[in-house]
Design a protein around this ligand. Structure first.
Ligand code: PTJ
Length: 252
């Protein structure tokens, strides 16, 4: 990887870029993943590269939803594997649930490499290498699922994807948590809870919230979830972008 000095003003963003590039070199990440990272970077820039208060509220609602779930599951794609492999393993361990590799640009080699990476980072339960069923209504590789994992889950975390799987999962009666810096994405708009934040910042905070809320009674978690409104949260993200932009131009 390119050696980026910590003093560089764009250190965090450059390190993320390096991780995704490294993911491509090591065979975890698709070449298209580089473009997806660029789109994410752009929205992160517009948001001011921070976890906004509305994203923090979404993270809290997502933690409540995961804790209320009977059987939650987490989906991992090539960009997620490149950016936050350890953090995803820690989240799965905090919830005692499986990680399932699910790819849009699927190749068996890439699935194997991602699964091996997650196991190397300490994951006990990794699914996705032998999908045994398809999600109805999707005719691409993201439909492939595993019984006991995403297919049987009642709540699914789907970070970094903008597509039709969110709708397919909702149509099956599941609730969906998205992590997506683009508040305009189809997935962000459709998901039950959309965290508009960089996955690098969001996942450690999500794990922290899961730990903090795990001792709360279900009624408190249900109240937190009922108070959350995804449409309002996305509108607030758009407002956060407008405010950040105008603050930048006022300073100039
Ligand atoms: O590994 P595969 O084959 O499953 O492919 C993964 C990608 C990401 C290439 C695939 O899912 C894809 O093409 O995704 P999209 O449609 O580009 O959507 C990715 C979304 O994630 C976009 O809305 C980006 O803004 C957002 N995004 C990108 N990087 C980040 C991000 N959101 C949060 N944190 C990021 N670091």
């Amino acid at each position: 990887m390119t050696d980026i000095p910590k003093s560089h003003p764009r250190y965090a963003s450059l390190v993320a870029r390096e991780r995704v590039a490294e993911g491509v070199k090591r065979g975890y990440t698709s070449i298209q993943g580089l473009i997806a990272q660029g789109r994410g970077e752009c929205f992160d820039y517009l948001l001011g590269e921070r976890t906004t208060p509305s994203a923090a509220a979404a993270i809290r609602a997502a933690a409540a939803l995961l804790l209320l779930a009977r059987r939650p599951a987490i989906s991992v794609n090539g960009n997620v594997a490149a950016l936050v492999p350890e953090e995803m393993v820690t989240l799965a361990q905090a919830l005692d649930i499986p990680l399932e590799v699910n790819l849009f640009h699927r190749s068996e080699e890439r699935v194997k490499r991602i699964a091996a990476l997650l196991r190397e980072k300490g994951a006990k339960d990794v699914l996705g290498e032998q999908p045994d069923i398809s999600l109805p209504g999707l005719d691409h590789a993201r439909a492939l699922a595993t019984r006991g994992g995403i297919y049987d889950a009642d709540v699914v975390l789907i970070p970094l994807e903008d597509g039709d799987r969110c709708e397919a999962l909702l149509a099956m009666g599941k609730r969906v948590i998205a992590i997506d810096l683009n508040p305009l994405s189809r997935t962000a708009k459709k998901a039950t809870v959309s965290i508009v934040d960089n996955i690098l910042r969001a996942v450690p905070q999500l794990t922290e919230q899961v730990r903090q809320l795990s001792s709360k009674p279900r009624s408190d978690l249900e109240r937190m979830l009922n108070e959350y409104d995804n449409e309002k949260s996305l509108a607030q993200a758009a407002q956060d972008i407008r405010e950040h932009l105008s603050s930048q131009f006022q300073q100039a």
